[in-house]
Write a protein that binds this ligand. Structure first.
Ligand code: GSH
Length: 215
């Protein structure tokens, strides 16, 4: 099997990136520098015409979208516990994954890249203010779940939901949300980042977990 992951430091691609490391499978990491516009080069657009990371290439087959990539990896390496194996735990985990991916993540995008949603500067500013308020609510929901973590969001195995929680909490720092103000999530993501396999992905991306700067 040949696996190649296109990822960008600090982006949502950290979720599959850390899962590949946690699964202990051989893969080729390929860094895409979003700030340099590398996602819009002809070569990259030929791979993913949407110009986004992550992209997983498995034996020449291109897979986009975090949810699809995670389900694919979970089926391939079930012993990695990327998602709970079965039953209601799996259903609840998929429900949380869908919400993180289709609601929390795009809420942050409205703050971080408002130009994707409006070309009117005043509208962009209003949208950013609104998005940060909604994002705080989303992180508060994750905090309530993290309070119940035992020891991970879905039981005894660290997995994709812990990785997504890390990414989303970290992004909050850019939006002026102090991660330490969400202590259960902050403790969870620090423990997750310290796992030796996950630390490899953190190091490769040179991730600082707390990017919050007080105003
Ligand atoms: N729904 C997509 C979202 C992917 C996404 O938003 N990727 C962002 C990074 S977090 C990206 O590549 N942005 C670059 C751009 O839009 O120019 C997924 O689940 O994979």
């Amino acid at each position: 099997m040949s696996l190649k992951l296109f990822f960008a430091p600090g982006a949502c691609s950290f979720v599959p990136h850390s899962m590949l490391e946690l699964a202990g499978v051989n893969f080729e990491p390929a860094m895409v520098k979003l700030h340099k516009g590398e996602q819009r080069t002809a070569d990259y657009l030929a791979l993913n015409p949407r110009g986004q990371v992550p992209v997983l290439v498995d034996d020449g087959v291109v897979i986009t979208q975090i949810v699809a990539i995670l389900l694919h990896l979970d089926a391939k390496v079930p012993q990695a516990h990327i998602l709970p194996a079965s039953g209601m735990e799996r259903t609840r985990a998929l429900s949380l994954l869908a919400w993180m991916n289709n609601t929390v993540h795009p809420t942050f995008t409205h703050f971080f890249m408002p130009q994707k949603f409006s070309d009117d500067e005043a509208a962009q500013k209003a949208m950013q203010r609104f998005a940060v308020a909604r994002y705080r609510e989303c992180l508060a929901e994750i905090e309530a779940l993290a309070t119940e973590a035992s020891p991970w969001l879905f039981g005894e195995h660290p997995g994709a939901l812990d990785a997504y929680a890390l990414t989303l909490l970290r992004w909050g720092g850019y939006a002026g949300i102090d991660p330490t103000s969400l202590p259960a999530t902050w403790t969870l993501v620090q423990r997750f980042a310290a796992l030796p396999a996950v630390a490899l992905a953190v190091e490769r991306e040179r991730l600082e977990l707390n990017v919050y700067k007080a105003a």
